[in-house]
Ligand binder design. Structure first.
Ligand code: ZN
Length: 285
């Protein structure tokens, strides 16, 4: 996850140009709905896209389809930011889940349920394949539970999540939890964890990373490990890992990338650090 700023797009102007274009499938329905669309856009800006504050417009099946077509293959010269968002807004990290992928655009408010935001720039967030794994989940059963919004949720600059290791050294069960159980946005953090972060792809990455680190720690940490220390301890390792984590936070410009989450939890597991330090000592010999 990462707090990012969307490039400035004049959404109302884009909407006007599409609504007035007689050559498009959305004509004249979009023109008829123009005023309602504009007030939905303003509501989104005002409420930060909060699904608890936004009631979707009732939109006919035909217009819904036409809007989706505008998103999927924009009319010539229009909605050019869509292409740019996909690759260049956050090229190394997924602002939604914190993984190291990109290439898709997530509709924060899903386009099936909120079609009026199909091509609204603030509703389009660059993402990895967590986008398709999340489906249409955006809010929980009670307010304020909802998905985190990378354009509006400033608490994304806090360190929010950490890993938890349980069980044996080489094949632990790894999960992710909210660090501060009293965080003012705890319901949002939990919902986001369940619906966006936790999926098979994330689980697979964490398990593979631990498997590599526990079996061949020098491949991951070699440059960071001191050459001369003979009896490397868990406490020494913790110092190294904290430096590495902080460096990764800076490199990716967020304390909520997957490496931050992985190492923040591991650094608190003293037993496992001792065991990992023992592997490092053995491999050195
Ligand atoms: Zn993602």
């Amino acid at each position: 996850m990462k707090r990012i700023d969307p490039p400035a797009v004049d959404d109302i102007k884009e909407l006007q140009l599409l609504a007035n274009n007689e050559g498009l499938g959305s004509y004249p329905s979009l023109m008829d709905e123009y005023v309602q669309f504009r007030s939905q856009y303003n509501l989104y800006n005002k409420s930060g896209g909060n699904p608890w504050n936004i009631v979707p417009l009732p939109i006919s099946g035909d217009l819904k389809k036409a809007l989706r077509t505008h998103y999927g293959s924009p009319p010539k010269g229009r909605l050019q930011f869509i292409k740019q968002y996909r690759r260049s807004l956050s090229p190394t990290l997924c602002p939604m889940c914190g993984g190291f992928g990109n290439g898709t655009l997530d509709h924060y408010l899903p386009k099936d349920d909120y079609p009026e935001y199909s091509f609204f720039s603030k509703n389009l967030v660059p993402a990895c394949n967590c986008n398709s794994l999340r489906g249409t989940a955006v809010k929980g059963t009670a307010s304020p539970a909802r998905v985190i919004h990378p354009y509006y949720d400033d608490f994304l600059t806090d360190r929010l999540y950490q890993s938890v290791f349980e069980g044996e050294f080489y094949a632990p069960r790894i999960s992710i939890e909210v660090i501060d159980k009293k965080h003012p946005n705890i319901d949002i953090l939990k919902f986001h964890l369940e619906e966006v972060i936790q999926n098979e792809a994330t689980q697979g990455w964490f398990e593979k990373y631990w498997s590599d680190l526990s079996q061949r720690p020098h491949d991951k940490l070699g440059l960071l490990l001191p050459l001369s220390v003979q009896d490397f301890k868990g406490a020494d390792l913790k110092v190294v890992l904290e430096k590495y984590r902080n460096y990764m936070d800076k490199d990716h410009d967020t304390p909520n990338n997957w490496l931050s989450i992985f190492y923040t939890g591991l650094m608190k597991d003293h037993n496992r650090l001792d065991q990992l330090a023992a592997v490092i000592n053995r491999n050195r010999g």
